[in-house]
Design a protein around this ligand. Sequence first.
Ligand SMILES: Cc1ncc(COP(=O)(O)O)c(C=O)c1O
Length: 411
Amino acid sequence: MVDLLVAHYGRLSTAPATGTASRTALEALLRKPFPPGPSDPGEVLEQLQRDVFSHTIFPNHPRHYGWIPGPGNFVGALADLLASGFNVCPTLWLEASGPTEVELVTVDWLCGLCGLAEGSGGLFVSGGTVANLTALAVARRIMLSDEVARAVVYCSDQTHTSNTKNLRILGFKADRIRKVPTDDRYRMDMAALAGAVEADRVAGKNPFCVIANAGTTNTAAVDPLEAIASFCDGAGMWMHVDAAYGGAAMLSERARTLLKGLERAHSITIDPHKWLFQPYDIGCVLVRDARWLAEAFREVPEYLQDVHTAVDPKGEVNLGDYGIQLSRSFRALKLWMSLKVFGLDAFRAAIDRGISNAERAEDLLRATDCFEVVTPAQLGIVTFRLHRPGADDETLNQLNRALIGALVADG
Ligand SMILES: Cc1ncc(COP(=O)(O)O)c(C=O)c1O
């Protein structure tokens, strides 16, 4: 298996970036009944290589620029192997004190990166969706004691859909979620936010939380975080920042100024499997006060009463108290290990390079007359489309769809 991976990484840059097949073709290859007895592991591996891994887009391919990256790294991949091999479960201090300490340290590194002060904390989860869910569940607990009647949440019309899904899960009906309009650069319009909050107050509602974006999925737009923080302070509201993608830009000297105000958030989502170069899956939720996590999630079942520890973030923490999952994998290991092996400066350089790549792509696109830049380079994202003078939108949409189909098909 290690040989297979080494060969894969070795030829990745010259191999196609994409591979796909129809459901019918894959059903024919893979639909089999439960295997009643053992098979040769070598043959299983061969089939995996031939029929499964050949039908995937490789997000860590050097020519893959399709969407928010999943750039992975080899040390992180081996760390995942170790985490599974040692079968580590950092749920209880008793069960995994060393791994728990590694997670606490790595979370503190991210708190520091985001500018959160002493006393902050967090947890590694499966990704941005669950990090946002965890943060919003904490906000509901701390701000509302879980009573959602009359409560209203504000986000922009560019906010990732995981947040609306999560709010639904948490008991907020659609009429309790306000989608605030954005300006010409897709940033939350502050006057519209203030107007919506005021109108809700007058109508007897309870505005309690703003979800701000630090790097939207569509265009990497960053909401005016400083202004939102001051607004939330003044209005007594919770500020959650979805920095799932953009948070990593705190490592970049030139991009960091865009994120000013992130450090004033009550909670933050940042995803190492997006722009901190980790293999799927690893997201992270951070909160200004680590004790809030236990306040929102802690339950002490009878069978664990003897291993339960006091809720002191400085003490011997049971991470199972900090989030939705009880049994959980040692996700922190891949980030901790690759940060130690490569060093933070390597991550900083890679992020700066991503930003430069987006800027260079924009220059190249502007130098041709067949592409139109839709939004300029920001963080690592530039959006564009194939353009034909005089063509209407419907024709252009068809052209662009055909272009994407052709790109995927030829790898
Ligand atoms: C800004 C933002 N938030 C949240 C998510 C959801 O993250 P995940 O897919 O890891 O659940 C994404 C995914 O692209 C995202 O871009």
